[in-house]
Ligand binder design. Structure first.
Ligand code: ADP
Ligand code: ADP
Length: 237
Protein backbone atom coordinates (compact mmCIF):
# COMPACT_ATOMS: atom_id res chain seq x y z
CA UNK A 1 0.00 0.00 0.00
CA UNK A 2 1.16 3.51 -0.89
CA UNK A 3 0.47 6.21 1.66
CA UNK A 4 1.07 9.88 0.94
CA UNK A 5 0.76 12.27 3.86
CA UNK A 6 0.88 16.06 3.69
CA UNK A 7 3.17 16.03 0.68
CA UNK A 8 4.41 19.49 -0.31
CA UNK A 9 6.86 20.47 -2.98
CA UNK A 10 8.43 23.67 -4.20
CA UNK A 11 11.35 23.95 -6.61
CA UNK A 12 14.04 26.04 -4.90
CA UNK A 13 12.35 29.26 -3.81
CA UNK A 14 9.54 29.09 -6.37
CA UNK A 15 5.85 28.75 -5.56
CA UNK A 16 4.43 25.63 -3.94
CA UNK A 17 3.59 23.27 -6.81
CA UNK A 18 2.20 20.56 -4.51
CA UNK A 19 0.25 21.91 -1.55
CA UNK A 20 -0.45 19.44 1.22
CA UNK A 21 -1.45 16.30 -0.67
CA UNK A 22 -2.62 13.21 1.21
CA UNK A 23 -4.07 9.98 -0.13
CA UNK A 24 -3.65 6.22 0.12
CA UNK A 25 -3.58 3.67 -2.66
CA UNK A 26 -4.47 0.13 -1.51
CA UNK A 27 -2.86 -2.87 -3.21
CA UNK A 28 -4.41 -3.61 -6.58
CA UNK A 29 -5.97 -0.19 -7.11
CA UNK A 30 -5.37 1.72 -10.35
CA UNK A 31 -5.39 5.48 -9.92
CA UNK A 32 -5.61 7.85 -12.86
CA UNK A 33 -4.00 11.21 -12.13
CA UNK A 34 -5.61 13.91 -14.24
CA UNK A 35 -5.44 17.69 -14.38
CA UNK A 36 -4.37 20.55 -16.61
CA UNK A 37 -0.76 21.12 -17.64
CA UNK A 38 1.21 22.54 -14.72
CA UNK A 39 -1.13 21.00 -12.11
CA UNK A 40 1.74 19.06 -10.53
CA UNK A 41 1.16 15.55 -11.90
CA UNK A 42 4.75 14.93 -13.02
CA UNK A 43 6.09 16.48 -9.84
CA UNK A 44 3.90 14.09 -7.86
CA UNK A 45 5.22 11.04 -9.75
CA UNK A 46 8.81 12.28 -9.47
CA UNK A 47 8.42 12.65 -5.70
CA UNK A 48 7.09 9.10 -5.33
CA UNK A 49 9.98 7.53 -7.25
CA UNK A 50 12.34 9.98 -5.55
CA UNK A 51 13.75 11.48 -8.72
CA UNK A 52 13.21 14.68 -6.73
CA UNK A 53 13.01 15.31 -2.99
CA UNK A 54 9.67 16.24 -1.47
CA UNK A 55 9.92 19.52 0.47
CA UNK A 56 7.64 18.29 3.27
CA UNK A 57 5.49 15.30 4.11
CA UNK A 58 5.78 11.52 4.00
CA UNK A 59 5.56 8.91 1.29
CA UNK A 60 5.31 5.32 2.50
CA UNK A 61 5.37 2.19 0.38
CA UNK A 62 4.45 -0.96 2.32
CA UNK A 63 5.49 0.75 5.55
CA UNK A 64 8.87 1.99 4.28
CA UNK A 65 9.17 5.76 4.39
CA UNK A 66 10.55 6.86 1.02
CA UNK A 67 10.75 10.54 1.86
CA UNK A 68 13.86 10.56 4.05
CA UNK A 69 16.14 7.85 2.68
CA UNK A 70 19.84 8.07 1.89
CA UNK A 71 20.66 7.89 -1.82
CA UNK A 72 21.80 4.25 -1.65
CA UNK A 73 18.54 3.33 0.06
CA UNK A 74 16.60 5.31 -2.56
CA UNK A 75 18.15 3.14 -5.25
CA UNK A 76 17.20 -0.01 -3.36
CA UNK A 77 13.61 1.13 -2.83
CA UNK A 78 13.26 2.29 -6.42
CA UNK A 79 13.70 -1.33 -7.49
CA UNK A 80 10.23 -1.93 -6.06
CA UNK A 81 8.69 0.76 -8.24
CA UNK A 82 8.13 -0.09 -11.91
CA UNK A 83 8.16 2.91 -14.23
CA UNK A 84 6.43 3.06 -17.60
CA UNK A 85 7.09 6.11 -19.79
CA UNK A 86 5.38 8.02 -22.59
CA UNK A 87 8.27 7.58 -25.02
CA UNK A 88 9.00 4.04 -23.73
CA UNK A 89 12.63 4.87 -22.77
CA UNK A 90 14.00 1.68 -24.33
CA UNK A 91 17.62 1.22 -25.37
CA UNK A 92 16.99 1.17 -29.11
CA UNK A 93 20.10 -0.72 -30.19
CA UNK A 94 19.54 -3.56 -27.72
CA UNK A 95 17.22 -6.49 -28.22
CA UNK A 96 13.75 -6.67 -26.79
CA UNK A 97 15.00 -9.38 -24.41
CA UNK A 98 17.91 -7.23 -23.19
CA UNK A 99 15.60 -4.31 -22.59
CA UNK A 100 13.36 -6.50 -20.44
CA UNK A 101 16.36 -7.89 -18.54
CA UNK A 102 17.53 -4.36 -17.79
CA UNK A 103 14.44 -3.95 -15.60
CA UNK A 104 15.81 -6.52 -13.20
CA UNK A 105 19.55 -6.15 -13.66
CA UNK A 106 19.83 -2.42 -14.35
CA UNK A 107 21.43 -1.09 -17.49
CA UNK A 108 24.22 -3.45 -18.43
CA UNK A 109 27.63 -2.44 -19.70
CA UNK A 110 28.07 -3.06 -23.39
CA UNK A 111 30.52 -5.98 -23.02
CA UNK A 112 28.02 -7.81 -20.87
CA UNK A 113 25.24 -7.62 -23.41
CA UNK A 114 27.80 -8.61 -26.07
CA UNK A 115 28.75 -11.76 -24.19
CA UNK A 116 25.12 -12.46 -23.36
CA UNK A 117 25.99 -13.73 -19.93
CA UNK A 118 22.76 -13.33 -18.08
CA UNK A 119 21.54 -15.46 -15.19
CA UNK A 120 19.34 -18.24 -16.56
CA UNK A 121 16.59 -17.56 -14.07
CA UNK A 122 16.35 -13.94 -15.18
CA UNK A 123 16.12 -15.06 -18.80
CA UNK A 124 13.33 -17.51 -17.93
CA UNK A 125 11.47 -14.75 -16.12
CA UNK A 126 11.97 -12.32 -19.00
CA UNK A 127 10.49 -14.88 -21.42
CA UNK A 128 7.51 -15.24 -19.11
CA UNK A 129 6.92 -11.44 -19.09
CA UNK A 130 7.40 -11.20 -22.85
CA UNK A 131 4.85 -13.96 -23.25
CA UNK A 132 2.49 -12.07 -20.95
CA UNK A 133 2.65 -8.95 -23.12
CA UNK A 134 2.41 -10.98 -26.35
CA UNK A 135 5.94 -10.38 -27.64
CA UNK A 136 7.61 -13.73 -27.21
CA UNK A 137 8.22 -14.01 -30.97
CA UNK A 138 10.01 -10.66 -30.96
CA UNK A 139 12.49 -11.37 -28.16
CA UNK A 140 15.56 -11.14 -30.39
CA UNK A 141 14.52 -8.15 -32.45
CA UNK A 142 16.09 -4.79 -31.81
CA UNK A 143 13.80 -2.43 -29.95
CA UNK A 144 13.91 0.03 -32.85
CA UNK A 145 12.35 -2.55 -35.18
CA UNK A 146 9.07 -2.49 -33.24
CA UNK A 147 5.93 -0.38 -33.55
CA UNK A 148 4.99 2.12 -30.85
CA UNK A 149 2.45 -0.22 -29.24
CA UNK A 150 4.97 -3.07 -29.24
CA UNK A 151 7.61 -0.82 -27.68
CA UNK A 152 5.24 0.14 -24.93
CA UNK A 153 4.59 -3.54 -24.28
CA UNK A 154 8.36 -4.02 -23.91
CA UNK A 155 8.26 -1.14 -21.42
CA UNK A 156 5.54 -2.94 -19.48
CA UNK A 157 7.47 -6.25 -19.51
CA UNK A 158 10.60 -4.42 -18.32
CA UNK A 159 8.66 -2.89 -15.41
CA UNK A 160 7.27 -6.33 -14.51
CA UNK A 161 10.78 -7.82 -14.53
CA UNK A 162 11.49 -5.66 -11.49
CA UNK A 163 8.80 -7.58 -9.61
CA UNK A 164 7.42 -4.21 -8.52
CA UNK A 165 5.10 -3.37 -5.64
CA UNK A 166 3.87 -0.26 -7.42
CA UNK A 167 3.67 0.93 -11.03
CA UNK A 168 4.17 4.60 -11.85
CA UNK A 169 3.01 5.28 -15.36
CA UNK A 170 3.62 8.61 -17.10
CA UNK A 171 1.31 9.29 -20.06
CA UNK A 172 1.61 5.73 -21.40
CA UNK A 173 -0.55 6.29 -24.45
CA UNK A 174 0.29 9.86 -25.44
CA UNK A 175 2.35 8.66 -28.43
CA UNK A 176 -0.11 5.97 -29.54
CA UNK A 177 -3.24 5.83 -31.70
CA UNK A 178 -6.63 5.37 -29.96
CA UNK A 179 -6.96 1.64 -30.62
CA UNK A 180 -3.43 0.83 -29.47
CA UNK A 181 -3.96 3.13 -26.47
CA UNK A 182 -6.95 1.06 -25.37
CA UNK A 183 -4.97 -2.17 -25.80
CA UNK A 184 -2.12 -0.80 -23.67
CA UNK A 185 -4.49 0.41 -20.93
CA UNK A 186 -6.30 -2.94 -20.98
CA UNK A 187 -2.97 -4.75 -20.63
CA UNK A 188 -1.87 -2.58 -17.69
CA UNK A 189 -5.28 -3.10 -16.08
CA UNK A 190 -5.25 -6.88 -16.43
CA UNK A 191 -1.69 -7.18 -15.12
CA UNK A 192 -2.55 -5.05 -12.08
CA UNK A 193 -5.58 -7.30 -11.45
CA UNK A 194 -3.55 -10.52 -11.76
CA UNK A 195 -0.73 -9.37 -9.52
CA UNK A 196 -2.78 -7.23 -7.13
CA UNK A 197 -0.44 -4.44 -8.10
CA UNK A 198 -1.32 -0.80 -7.61
CA UNK A 199 -0.61 1.83 -10.23
CA UNK A 200 -0.65 5.58 -10.53
CA UNK A 201 -1.17 6.61 -14.12
CA UNK A 202 -0.56 10.18 -15.19
CA UNK A 203 -3.02 10.45 -18.07
CA UNK A 204 -4.45 13.43 -19.94
CA UNK A 205 -7.03 11.42 -21.90
CA UNK A 206 -9.92 11.52 -19.43
CA UNK A 207 -12.36 9.27 -21.35
CA UNK A 208 -9.62 6.64 -21.66
CA UNK A 209 -8.82 6.96 -17.96
CA UNK A 210 -12.50 6.59 -17.07
CA UNK A 211 -12.64 3.32 -18.97
CA UNK A 212 -9.69 1.62 -17.31
CA UNK A 213 -8.94 3.03 -13.86
CA UNK A 214 -10.59 2.31 -10.51
CA UNK A 215 -10.22 5.79 -9.14
CA UNK A 216 -9.49 9.25 -10.42
CA UNK A 217 -7.52 11.89 -8.58
CA UNK A 218 -7.82 15.34 -10.14
CA UNK A 219 -5.03 17.81 -9.44
CA UNK A 220 -5.23 21.53 -10.06
CA UNK A 221 -2.73 24.14 -8.94
CA UNK A 222 -1.02 21.56 -6.73
CA UNK A 223 -4.20 20.59 -4.89
CA UNK A 224 -6.51 17.57 -5.05
CA UNK A 225 -9.79 18.87 -6.51
CA UNK A 226 -11.39 15.48 -7.13
CA UNK A 227 -10.91 12.02 -5.64
CA UNK A 228 -13.46 9.38 -6.52
CA UNK A 229 -14.71 6.74 -8.88
CA UNK A 230 -14.61 7.52 -12.61
CA UNK A 231 -18.42 7.58 -12.85
CA UNK A 232 -18.59 10.27 -10.14
CA UNK A 233 -16.55 12.64 -12.26
CA UNK A 234 -18.74 15.45 -13.59
CA UNK A 235 -18.15 18.07 -16.27
CA UNK A 236 -17.34 20.84 -13.82
CA UNK A 237 -14.40 19.14 -12.09
P1 ADP B 1 2.03 18.61 -14.83
O1 ADP B 1 2.77 17.33 -14.88
O2 ADP B 1 0.69 18.48 -14.18
O3 ADP B 1 1.97 19.30 -16.15
P2 ADP B 1 4.35 19.58 -13.43
O4 ADP B 1 4.52 18.76 -12.21
O5 ADP B 1 5.24 19.29 -14.60
O6 ADP B 1 2.82 19.59 -13.83
O7 ADP B 1 4.57 21.11 -13.06
C1 ADP B 1 3.95 21.73 -11.94
C2 ADP B 1 4.55 23.12 -11.79
O8 ADP B 1 5.91 22.98 -11.38
C3 ADP B 1 4.58 23.93 -13.05
O9 ADP B 1 4.31 25.28 -12.69
C4 ADP B 1 6.00 23.78 -13.55
O10 ADP B 1 6.43 24.90 -14.30
C5 ADP B 1 6.79 23.66 -12.26
N1 ADP B 1 8.00 22.85 -12.43
C6 ADP B 1 8.06 21.58 -12.88
N2 ADP B 1 9.33 21.13 -12.88
C7 ADP B 1 10.09 22.16 -12.42
C8 ADP B 1 11.49 22.33 -12.20
N3 ADP B 1 12.36 21.34 -12.44
N4 ADP B 1 11.91 23.52 -11.71
C9 ADP B 1 11.02 24.52 -11.46
N5 ADP B 1 9.69 24.41 -11.65
C10 ADP B 1 9.23 23.27 -12.13
P1 ADP C 1 5.04 17.68 -18.49
O1 ADP C 1 4.02 18.56 -19.13
O2 ADP C 1 5.13 16.29 -19.06
O3 ADP C 1 4.95 17.69 -17.00
P2 ADP C 1 6.92 19.77 -18.64
O4 ADP C 1 7.02 20.38 -19.99
O5 ADP C 1 6.14 20.43 -17.55
O6 ADP C 1 6.46 18.27 -18.84
O7 ADP C 1 8.40 19.55 -18.07
C1 ADP C 1 9.42 18.97 -18.82
C2 ADP C 1 10.73 19.16 -18.06
O8 ADP C 1 10.99 20.54 -17.80
C3 ADP C 1 10.72 18.46 -16.70
O9 ADP C 1 11.96 17.81 -16.52
C4 ADP C 1 10.56 19.58 -15.70
O10 ADP C 1 11.24 19.30 -14.49
C5 ADP C 1 11.16 20.76 -16.41
N1 ADP C 1 10.45 22.01 -16.05
C6 ADP C 1 9.14 22.24 -16.17
N2 ADP C 1 8.82 23.48 -15.73
C7 ADP C 1 9.98 24.04 -15.34
C8 ADP C 1 10.32 25.29 -14.78
N3 ADP C 1 9.40 26.24 -14.52
N4 ADP C 1 11.61 25.54 -14.49
C9 ADP C 1 12.54 24.60 -14.72
N5 ADP C 1 12.28 23.37 -15.24
C10 ADP C 1 11.02 23.11 -15.54
Amino acid sequence: MLKIEHLKKRYKTGPWVLKDISFEVPDGEIVGLIGPSGAGKSTMIRCVNRLIDPSEGNIQLDGVNLSNLSSSKVREQRRHIGMIFQEYALVERLSVMENVLSGRLGYLPFWRSFLRRYPEKDIDNAFEYLDRVGLIDHANKRADELSGGQRQRVGIARALAQDPRLLLVDEPTASLDPKTSRQIMRLIQSICREKSLSAIINIHDVPLAMQFVDRIIGLQGGEVVFDGKPDELTEDV
